[in-house]
Design a protein around this ligand. Structure first.
Ligand SMILES: [Cu+2]
Length: 135
């Protein structure tokens, strides 16, 4: 057997065993994961890009391929929780970085709420981040 094929066999065996033995493999806690704002402040206006990074705090590494299933952007930090704006996911530019497009129609504090699933982890990441929209 060639070295390449043997390596593939080992990788496949590991993948299968990790699927079968949930309990026996040390896995990170879902609470180790955290979304962080790349830019705390963004100029108010239409079609602004919000960039966040999903970090594994235990390893200090960004986490790619998370599935973001919930997102909301509203002005709760300024007492206007009912003032929400539409948010659309944008293509990522680097692993572990997630981008959204939104119209920040008013200067002030905007709360970005994100719900996400991380590959291979049970539970969900639920974070609320506050963005400052500047005039
Ligand atoms: Cu407002």
């Amino acid at each position: 057997m060639s070295h390449f094929i043997m390596r593939r066999a080992v990788v496949m065996a590991l993948a299968v065993s990790s699927m079968l033995c949930f309990g026996s493999i040390a896995r990170a806690d879902i609470r180790d994961y955290e979304f962080q704002l790349v830019d705390q402040a963004i100029k108010a206006g239409p079609d602004k890009i919000i960039t966040v990074r999903l970090m594994n705090k235990a390893t200090g590494k960004p986490v790619p391929d998370a599935v973001i299933f919930a997102s909301r952007l509203d002005m709760a930090p300024d007492g206007m929780a009912e003032m929400a704006t539409r948010i659309s996911p944008m293509p990522s530019t680097e692993p572990g970085v997630y981008k959204f497009k939104a119209t920040l129609s008013m200067a002030g504090g905007w709360q970005l709420s994100l719900g996400a699933k991380v590959q291979g982890e049970t539970g969900t990441v639920d974070n609320k981040l506050v963005i400052r929209a500047e005039k």
